[in-house]
Structures are given as structure tokens and as C-alpha cells.
Design a protein around this ligand. Structure first.
Ligand SMILES: *[C@@H]1O[C@H](CO)[C@@H](O)[C@H](O)[C@H]1NC(C)=O
Ligand SMILES: *[C@@H]1O[C@H](CO)[C@@H](O)[C@H](O)[C@H]1NC(C)=O
Length: 271
């Protein structure tokens, strides 16, 4: 059931400042215009300025989100068993094969994994990675995400969007160099348990299957977004999907942020 996380990365030239400016002019307009359920698309550059991509000293790759200028949120299974400092985090990235002036590569200072994280069941699959030198958040190319904190909400039927640089199909050569996102509807956990059994705890939120699309390898640790009152929130962290393949039409499971909001607040490094 668990997704592994593997990829390759290449580097090339920088884009010019004026190109970035023209991209920024279009991005706020489309910012909340998330896709309709069932669709997947390439993000416009810096459409999700909270999203980061990172590489680890084990040669693995994952996603994460900026939750403070010196901390990112990600999945525990992405950073479990790593030495410190071991993460190279790249915020401000769109095409991971094409370095830009907006990249602010940072090396991690500390990794805080949930005390009750289980590598076998992926229970409590949440971690905070912090940095000695903060990111410069300009609110456009780089920003921090608002975390959804209302524990009482029933999300069933809500449209939610996941994003990442992961595989697009069930083959390694489908790795995408540009950030992709897709939207589907949240299903009740009872329905998700029909696929993943009791591993679907109440601290998970599941997104409905969309045949041929969905979160896959390397998307792990990345965000699940919802929009409420015209504001974008992170609701989940991509934790797992179907081991027989990401495009087999099975739901995907996300660590549910409202269930961990106190843990997050208590485990952010003190200034
Ligand atoms: C991403 O960057 C690489 C290297 O510059 C380039 O070859 C590739 O075409 C870019 N991908 C897209 C989809 O623009
Ligand atoms: C949320 O609503 C759905 C559909 O109305 C229902 O099936 C589900 O049990 C509810 N979930 C909770 C946790 O109450």
C-alpha cells in the first residue's frame, strides 16, 4: 500500500526577471480558480507559492508546504530515518529541471516527526522540518499556507486539490518536471476503509478516485487544499495511495491537518 519516493533531477539555466514578472501578473487572477473535480493540469508558475520540493540524503524526493518562514510541513514517512542535516529544500520552484532566481535552496536544521508515527501503518504521518536561515516570503512567489483548523467540519463532498511533481502514470518515466495539480471530492472515511481497511484512522481524509489521475510517487508530503470563504487552506498532507498503482482508480489518503493542529503549534520550533 505504501508509496515509495524516487526520482532524478537535472539543472540548467535561470529565467530572466522580466519573465517572472509577467508570470506573476497572471497568477493572482487564477490563484483560487482551482479545477473542477476530476481534472488535472499543469500549475501556472508559482500558482502555489507555499509548495516546496525537497531532496534527501537518501536520494528520495517529496513535497511539503511552508507553514512559517523557517518551517515546512511534510509527511513523516518522507523524512523518517534521515540524518540531519539531510534535506535540501527548494521553494519557489516550478520546473524542477530548470533553476530560477526564485529558488531559495535551504538545508534543514531539525526534523520533528510525530512521536506516535508508525512506519508500518503510516499512522500519524506528519513531520515538521525547520531551518536555521528563514525563507524570504514575498507573498507571491513564496508564501506560507494557512492551515485549516476546524475539527468539527464534515468534509464529505467537498472539492479538494492536491499538487506535486510526482509521477503522472504508473511508470517512472512519467515524472513531471512541472508542478501538477488535480481536484476531486472528499469521501467518507468508511468508504476509504473499504480499500485500505483500518489504516484509515479518523485523522485521515480521503479523496475520491479519478481513473487515470491522482497523487503518486514523489507527491508524498505535499498538500491537499480546500477553499473556504474565498481563502485557500491546507487540509491534508499526502500520505498514501494504492500500491498496485496510482492510476488504478483508488482513493488517496491524506493526514488530516485539523486533527494535528495542536501538535503542529506545539512542535514548531520556538523563536
Ligand atoms: C523544464 O526545464 C527543462 C530544462 O530547462 C526543459 O528541457 C523542459 O522543457 C522544461 N519543461 C517544460 C515542460 O517546460
Ligand atoms: C459526513 O457526512 C457523510 C455524508 O453525509 C456521512 O456519510 C459521514 O458519516 C459523515 N462523517 C462524519 C464523521 O460524521
Amino acid at each position: 500500500m505504501k508509496l515509495l519516493i524516487i526520482t532524478i533531477i537535472a539543472f540548467s539555466a535561470l529565467v530572466k526577471a522580466e519573465q517572472l514578472d509577467s508570470e506573476l501578473r497572471i497568477s493572482p487572477r487564477l490563484y483560487f480558480n482551482l479545477l473542477k473535480a476530476g481534472q488535472e493540469e499543469v500549475a501556472i508558475p508559482h500558482q502555489f507559492p507555499h509548495q516546496v520540493f525537497y531532496t534527501t540524503d537518501k536520494g528520495t524526493y517529496c513535497g511539503g508546504t511552508i507553514i512559517r518562514n523557517d518551517a515546512i510541513l511534510t509527511a513523516a514517512h518522507c523524512v523518517h530515518g534521515l540524518k540531519i542535516p539531510s534535506l535540501q529544500v527548494i521553494p519557489g520552484v516550478h520546473n524542477i529541471s530548470s533553476p530560477e532566481a526564485s529558488w531559495q535552496i535551504k538545508i534543514s536544521k531539525a526534523i520533528k516527526i510525530h512521536e506516535n508515527y508508525s512506519p508500518n501503518t503510516y499512522k500519524n504521518d506528519i513531520a515538521i522540518v525547520s531551518f536555521q536561515y528563514p525563507f524570504v516570503l514575498d507573498g507571491k512567489i513564496l508564501n506560507q499556507i494557512s492551515l485549516y483548523d476546524n475539527k468539527a467540519t464534515n468534509f464529505t463532498g467537498t472539492e479538494a486539490t492536491a499538487s506535486g511533481w510526482g509521477w503522472r502514470h504508473d511508470s517512472r518515466d512519467s515524472l513531471s518536471s512541472e508542478l501538477h495539480y488535480f481536484t476531486s471530492k472528499i469521501i467518507p472515511n468508511q468508504k476509504c476503509r473499504q480499500v485500505y481497511n483500518n489504516e484509515v484512522t479518523d485523522s485521515i481524509v480521503c479523496l475520491d478516485q479519478v481513473p487515470g489521475k491522482g497523487a503518486c510517487h514523489i507527491d508524498a508530503g505535499g498538500p491537499l487544499y480546500i477553499v473556504e470563504n474565498n481563502k485557500l487552506y491546507q487540509l491534508g498532507i499526502f500520505s498514501y495511495g494504492e500500491q498496485r498503482g496510482c492510476t488504478k482508480g483508488k482513493p488517496t489518503a491524506y493526514t488530516q491537518i485539523p486533527a494535528y493542529i495542536d501538535w503542529i503549534k506545539n512542535n514548531l520550533p520556538k523563536y
